[in-house]
Ligand binder design. Structure first.
Ligand SMILES: [Zn+2]
Length: 384
């Protein structure tokens, strides 16, 4: 009982939109004030929560002491293996980035052992940056592909050219071998970070992340829906035009073949190493090819998202990654297609928003996934 209540109290403190007092936690959990005080003492001693500056009482009585997540005491690592970079971020319970390293690369059709060797080194370097700092509780890994639900096995990542790669033993033989490892799809983890940043404010949305590929995730009641097999939310491979261009997945006319970064660059006549800012600048300067590329991507995105909204009856879209950068040009065609094609648009007008988390959200989401075990069952990290 005490063990599960410890997790309950920790989650109340971490998920509250504003700092809560012991009395607030007692009221929201139904536990007695004495029980909450005792559990909070354990969480304080373990460095999982912290006391903030007291707030003057409204009436008579002692000032309430607000509680918040502890800073810099425990951390998890989030590793992103993307098509064009490797990144590792250390995040504490307050969501503060304690250390980070990013290395650009080109991992299209790459050799898994080579890339994983680089990833392992980068994880070790970030852990080294934290030496004598926080306790590390785990490593989350974000990959641009499908991960079998509940496993650490990547099934397919079309843009990396990888199939059936086990990521669970990434840290084997290193000083970090004991760290718990979680693996999930990059867009699922980015959507997790977005849901976390919104603190339960917006609980249902379709998240669509423009990278070299197009990742998607369905967030329902604040949680990412992965389906029975882990493959839900693959909006990038919705067929937009069956006779359209080839997609890296082997099919033709997928959304990604119109709205992925490679497709937009090609349509805009830009070199393969041009960043999204170059595309944005060209579109803003009314370069006809760049405008057509970006607006065409927006239309394809709207068509694919309309099918998604009609299927899952969620009415909010969150644009992330390149789509967030290009929102000025992408949002209108997306909204127009949704108005035209979503059956319930008249009653539940679709909303198109830009993601709040714009700085490598998958790295944050991966670290959050690695922190989740501790948050679910903090007893292993406390002494009482
Ligand atoms: Zn495809």
């Amino acid at each position: 009982m005490r063990r599960s209540n410890l997790g309950l109290v920790l989650r109340e403190v971490l998920s509250a939109p504003a700092p809560v007092s012991r009395a607030d936690v007692a009221a929201s959990t139904g536990l007695t004030r004495a029980t909450v005080s005792s559990l909070v003492e354990s969480l304080l001693a373990a460095g999982l929560v912290t006391e903030l500056a007291p707030v003057a009482p409204q009436g008579a009585g002692r000032p309430a002491v607000p509680l918040g997540p502890a800073r810099g005491t425990v951390a998890a690592l989030g590793l992103v293996i993307s098509v064009d970079y490797l990144g590792v971020r250390a995040l504490d319970l307050a969501g503060e980035v304690l250390a980070e390293r990013v290395e650009a690369g080109d991992f299209r059709r790459s050799d898994p052992p080579t890339v994983l060797g680089g990833a392992r080194r980068l994880v070790g370097e970030v852990a080294g940056d934290l030496a004598d700092g926080p306790r590390l509780v785990g490593l989350g890994i974000a990959v641009p592909g499908l991960v079998a639900a509940g496993t650490r096995r990547l099934r397919i990542a079309p843009n990396l050219g990888w199939r059936d790669v086990d990521l669970g033993d990434l840290l084997a033989g290193t000083p970090l071998a004991d760290l718990r490892v979680e693996v999930d799809n990059e867009a699922n983890l980015a959507a997790r970070a977005e849901s976390w940043a919104r603190k339960g404010d917006v609980r249902d949305f379709v998240y669509v992340n423009g990278e070299v590929g197009v990742g998607g995730a369905l967030v329902q009641a604040g949680a990412v829906f992965v389906g029975s097999d882990g493959g839900a939310g693959e909006i990038g491979h919705i067929t937009v035009a069956p006779d359209g261009p080839d997609c890296r997945c082997g099919a033709t006319g997928c959304l990604e073949a119109f709205a992925g970064m490679d497709a937009m660059r090609r349509a805009a006549g830009l070199p393969v190493d041009a960043g999204v800012e170059v595309l944005l600048d060209r579109a803003a300067a009314s370069d006809a090819a760049a405008r057509a590329a970006v607006e065409g991507a927006g239309r394809a995105l709207g068509i694919a998202l309309a099918s998604t909204l009609n299927t899952v009856a969620i009415h909010r879209v969150v644009l992330a990654g390149n789509f967030a950068v290009l929102a000025e040009f992408v949002r209108a065609p997306v909204a127009a297609e949704l108005r035209r094609r979503v059956l319930l648009a008249e009653w539940s007008p679709p909303e198109v928003e830009v993601a709040l988390v714009d700085d490598r959200p998958a790295a944050t989401g991966a670290a959050l996934a690695a922190l989740a075990g501790l948050i679910a069952d903090p007893a292993a990290w406390t002494t009482a």
